[in-house]
Design a protein around this ligand. Structure first.
Ligand SMILES: Cc1cc2nc3c(=O)[nH]c(=O)nc-3n(C[C@H](O)[C@H](O)[C@H](O)COP(=O)(O)OP(=O)(O)OC[C@H]3O[C@@H](n4cnc5c(N)ncnc54)[C@H](O)[C@@H]3O)c2cc1C
Length: 390
């Protein structure tokens, strides 16, 4: 959507296919990091964005066996000293609405890309299934932005390198009360962990379980789960009954992978289709958006000149984005394999913050480092492709 919006704003005709009839997906990437806020500012969309039901968070905490610590402090970051949380469907609807202002933007909902059309060694189009049956769309460039189970990636014959993930997440919500003191962040107990996001009127909560452990978790039953939750976060004890059944929990499986090559002539893959991100740090959506901006900056002028991007042009997009993605995935893998796997292991000792880290976290600039990495990563993109004049 972001790539379609930026290209059509510049005057490149774009068709965006979305297989669902709406963007109503719960518990999916609602974190809008400062890097994305900057892009929205570049596009003049910030004012519109603040009209959405956005919650701002300045500091993230972790509660472990030996206390609660501020682990990421956004307050020192320039321009946007906070993390924003906005429902993803509102965010995507906003992009769709903005795209609708440009004659070159076409969004086809309920239209699923199924196959790639190749001619003379180049991808020249896509076959899709829409409301009216099968259609063929020919284009100078196809961009696969269809997420971690990408059909376009499969159709191109690409197989990602899987890094594995020791955890899955069960998402649910509980009401939030005026006098709740707890902040956005994680609470770790012996063999158990939750991540809580303050959404003003409710808490969005992820209960982290060991990979593939859902059947075992289900077998434990609802009451056992409510008790575990109340033990982990005693302030929630008065409302665990709001979880009426284990079906209120949405299982979202965690996956981390990356393609060695993100392109072949006529086709580029970006976002999770090229590199599935773990939820750690809430950066996946934001990195997918950065990929889109880099792709628009690199390929927009070529498309505007009426040329087909060469395979070398597509390689430049991968080259620009690969290193920030590698860095983010490396950090996610270290956290998930060294810390989270331990946190959900019922046989392991309770996690504690060591004395050195405790000492370092007393300095604001140390707490700013994780916020900066989440907020902007190691490289962030700005929109360089100008809007079409007139
Ligand atoms: C449990 C969990 C929680 C997460 N939480 C966060 C978070 O808080 N913040 C964050 O930044 N990241 C989070 N992430 C990561 C984030 O979800 C992804 O990195 C991000 O969504 C990738 O964006 P994308 O646009 O590449 O793909 P997606 O967001 O997956 O979008 C792909 C789109 O393509 C559509 N589609 C799929 N196939 C087709 C097809 N064949 N034809 C047409 N349309 C198709 C889909 O319906 C979808 O709309 C989380 C991940 C997990 C697993």
């Amino acid at each position: 959507m972001m790539l379609g919006l930026i290209l059509s704003r510049a005057g490149v005709p774009v068709t965006v296919l979305e297989k669902h009839g709406d963007f109503l997906r719960d518990f999916r990437g609602d974190t809008v990091q400062p890097s994305t806020l900057r892009i929205l500012a570049d596009l003049g969309l910030l004012e519109r964005f603040w009209q959405l039901p956005v919650h701002k968070e300045e500091v993230m905490h972790a509660t472990l066996a030996n206390g609660s610590f501020a682990i990421a402090d956004f307050r020192g970051l320039k321009d946007f000293p906070y993390l924003a949380l906005a429902p993803q469907w509102d965010f995507l609807n906003m992009l769709a609405e903005q795209g609708g202002r440009y004659p070159d933007f076409r969004l086809m909902m309920r239209t699923e890309g199924r196959e790639l059309i190749a001619k003379g060694g180049r991808i020249v189009g896509v076959r899709a299934e829409g409301v009216g049956g099968e259609i063929e769309i020919r284009a100078d460039l196809i961009v696969g932005t269809d997420g971690r189970h990408s059909t376009m990636r499969l159709a191109a014959g690409f197989e990602p390198h899987e890094f594995g993930a020791p955890i899955d997440c069960l998402w649910f919500r509980l009401s939030r009360r005026e006098n709740d003191q707890e902040a956005t962040g994680g609470i770790v107990g012996k063999g158990r962990m939750i991540v809580m996001l303050n959404r003003d009127s409710y808490w969005q909560i992820a209960y982290v379980i060991a990979k593939g452990g859902f059947d075992k978790f289900r077998a434990g039953g609802l009451d056992a789960f409510r008790q575990q939750l109340a033990a982990l976060a005693p302030f929630l004890a008065d409302r665990v009954q709001e979880i009426r059944s284990l079906d209120d929990l949405s299982l979202l499986s965690v996956q981390v992978d990356r393609l060695a090559r993100w392109h072949r002539p006529g086709l580029l893959l970006i976002g999770d289709a090229a590199h599935a991100m773990s939820p750690i740090g809430g950066v996946g959506v934001n990195l997918a958006i950065q990929d889109a901006v880099a792709a628009a900056n690199t390929l927009g002028p070529i498309l505007l000149a009426g040329r087909r991007p060469s395979d070398g042009d597509l390689a430049r997009v991968q080259k620009r984005r690969e290193w920030p993605i590698r860095a983010a995935q490396r950090i996610q893998l270290v956290i998930q394999n060294r810390i989270l796997a331990h946190a959900v292991d019922s046989g392991a000792e309770s996690l504690r913050v060591g004395p050195l880290l405790r000492f370092l976290l007393r300095f604001p600039f140390m707490r700013r480092i994780p916020a900066r990495l989440m907020g902007y990563g190691v490289r962030h993109e700005r929109v360089r492709l100008a809007a079409k004049s007139g």
